[in-house]
Design a protein around this ligand. Structure first.
Ligand SMILES: O=C(O)c1ccc(O)c(O)c1
Ligand SMILES: [Mg+2]
Length: 598
């Protein structure tokens, strides 16, 4: 289907918005009046720019407070409309959106509304324009889609139809099934937006919190299904008012937006994408660092051994159990400092996984490899983390492991079994995009979003996981630009005995993060522990949590550059990530940083 986006959904000047929409693959735009008013381009120049960019102008909007008003007021409205229709002719737009009146003079009289909309449509038709009437959820007398449709139906005018907007329909809890009773050719336009499920004033909700389909809590795909069954064949158009997108760069937002429509069309069966290939495990995590020494110290204390070295690049493989960490001291590292740069995902079909990622607009990465290296398919996640699709132990496929030569060192028996999860702090404006990306591109399931108090802010955190927990990625975000040392990425390592692992870490001189005594007093109040158990946790800085399925014990290292490590012990099928303990951990990290910084 054709795709379109309202200019209000993107940041910047009208030219920047149009360029971003075109680059991301949209076919058309809805031009918002304010964007046009503020543009130095004439309507003809805008029309030309759109044509050059391969965009059609699918809608001009909005016209407000038109209908069901006293005659004198309505005549002024027609005069206004005449000007706008002339403007639309110059712009090359043939459909105008009229949203239901919020005017204090508006009269609760459907017959009058129908009559005046009919007269407006008469005038529009003279200019070859169609009028699409939309119910705003907070309209004064018309606030539901079926009410707007009844007015359009009774007007019976060929140049008057309705515009459906998923936000207005779903925010009011209207049953979208009734859409199928509207003849498809009378649905002149379809606007799509999702939103998180919030209990708040609907106008504020709409103007600040709309997001792209799949990023909120509405069944947007279900609604579109009804619209398609009604026979609608116009574009799918995104109309998203969102405080974050208004500030974020238009280019990436437009890509995120277009990806959401690809996923939506796949769900509806009207577009085919390469099938998702769900990763089965974490092949490796790759750290880049200008100075391998501090990283090597922590990894050594955690029981990792440097088991192999890349044949042609300055990359070491450190291993403990099935946990593999690459330490890269190459050129990228010298630029960025110590951080988590890449994740290797074990994939049943690496090439297929990369094809899906590419179809969903993920940047495909050039293979940074020497000619003798194994080919590795890789794409970039929205935050820039490189994702490699790997086939580690399958003789029929090339393996990244073959590029490494064994050093002869064996991992110590320190009890680290595997990578339990990776925690990735997202740039403040990319959280919803990151969640949709990991769900749609990688086929991971998004868990509930949780709020975590930080002494200096509030974090939102949401895990995306594979069904068996083989891949767990915890995404989080703060409202403000992140403090790199505290809101750092981290690698959580699974162990069967966190007490033993923490002891060994400390004995090896590893930098365990100390926790405040008050936390342990609270644990004593909340849970019954065996004799001495709590004292051990207190001594080692181990945190404790419990859910309906099992128990969780975990502790942290101090931060090295922009990365730290966690040791975790899951028992009895515990599903979470210790979010309950995160505020204490964050406070401890802030305190540790103050000590280091002086
Ligand atoms: O918030 C508004 O005013 C507004 C304007 C035009 C629309 O299409 C809409 O859905 C909302
Ligand atoms: Mg709308």
């Amino acid at each position: 289907m054709r795709t379109s986006i309202a200019t209000v959904s993107l940041s910047g000047s009208l030219t920047e918005k149009l360029t971003a929409a075109s680059r991301a693959g949209f076919d058309g735009v809805e031009i918002f009046e304010n964007d046009l008013l503020a543009s130095p381009l004439t309507p003809e120049e805008i029309r030309e720019r759109c044509a050059d960019l391969g965009l059609t102008v699918d809608l001009y909007q909005p016209m407000r407070d038109i209908e069901a008003v006293p005659e004198e007021e309505f005549r002024r409205n027609l005069r206004r409309a005449r000007h706008k229709f002339e403007l639309m002719r110059r712009l090359g737009a043939d459909t105008v959106l009229v949203c239901s009146s919020v005017h204090p003079l508006a009269i609760d009289d459907d017959a009058l509304a129908a009559e005046q909309l009919s007269r407006l449509a008469d005038l529009a038709r003279e200019s070859g324009i169609r009028v699409a009437y939309e119910a705003l959820a907070w309209g004064r007398h018309v606030s539901t889609y079926d009410h707007a449709w009844h007015i359009v139906e009774s007007a019976g005018h060929p140049a008057l139809g309705t515009c459906l907007d998923s936000f207005h329909i779903l925010s009011r809890g209207s049953d979208p099934k009734g859409i199928e009773d509207i003849p498809g050719e009378k649905i002149f336009f379809l606007q799509l937006a999702d939103a998180p499920l919030l209990a708040m004033d609907v106008l504020q909700w709409s103007r600040h919190y709309r997001c792209f389909p799949g990023q909120g809590g509405f069944d947007v795909a279900g609604l579109v299904g009804h619209v398609l069954r009604a026979g609608y064949d116009g574009p799918l158009s995104l109309e998203v008012f969102n405080d974050v997108f208004r500030q974020a760069e238009a280019g990436p937002t437009a890509v995120d937006a277009h990806r959401s429509l690809l996923v939506l069309q796949e769900a509806l069966g009207v577009a085919e994408l390469p099938a998702p290939v769900v990763p089965t495990g974490v092949a490796f995590a790759e750290l880049v660092t200008p100075d391998a020494e501090p990283v090597a110290e922590v990894l050594g204390a955690l029981g990792f051994a440097r088991t192999a070295r890349h044949r042609s690049k300055p990359v070491d493989l450190w291993q403990a159990g099935e946990a593999r960490i690459l330490v890269n001291t190459g050129p990228a590292a010298r630029r960025d400092g110590t951080g988590l740069a890449a994740i290797g995902l074990e994939s049943p079909d690496p090439a297929g996984a990369a094809r899906r990622a590419e179809a969903l607009l993920a940047p495909v990465l050039p293979r940074r490899r020497a000619s003798e290296d194994a080919p590795l398919d890789a794409v970039a996640a929205p935050d820039g983390t490189e994702l490699f699709f790997c086939a580690t132990d399958r003789p029929e496929l090339p393996s990244w492991r073959a590029d490494f030569e064994d050093t002869g060192q064996e991992p110590q028996a320190a009890g680290v079994r595997r990578i339990d999860h990776l925690a990735l702090v997202q740039p403040w404006h990319q959280f919803d995009e990151a969640t949709l990306f990991h769900r749609a591109v990688l086929g991971l399931a998004a868990q509930e979003s949780v709020d975590v108090a930080d002494p200096y802010g509030l974090l939102r955190s949401r895990a995306v996981t594979s069904a068996d927990g083989g891949v767990r990625i915890a995404l989080s975000v703060g409202a403000a630009p992140a403090d790199d040392t505290v809101h750092a990425q981290h690698i959580a390592l699974a162990t069967d005995d966190v007490v033993a692992a923490a002891r060994r870490l400390r004995e090896a001189g590893g930098p365990l993060l100390p926790m405040p005594a008050n936390y342990y007093d609270d644990l004593a109040a909340r849970f019954d522990f065996a004799d001495g158990e709590l004292a051990t946790y207190r001594e080692l800085g181990i945190l404790y949590d419990r859910d309906a399925y099992g128990e969780f014990r975990h502790c942290y290292t101090r931060t090295v550059g922009r990365v730290f490590f966690e040791l975790v012990q899951r028992d009895g099928g515990y599903r979470g990530y210790g979010a309950q303990n995160a505020p204490v951990r964050l406070a401890a990290q802030h305190a540790a940083r103050r000590l280091t910084d002086g």
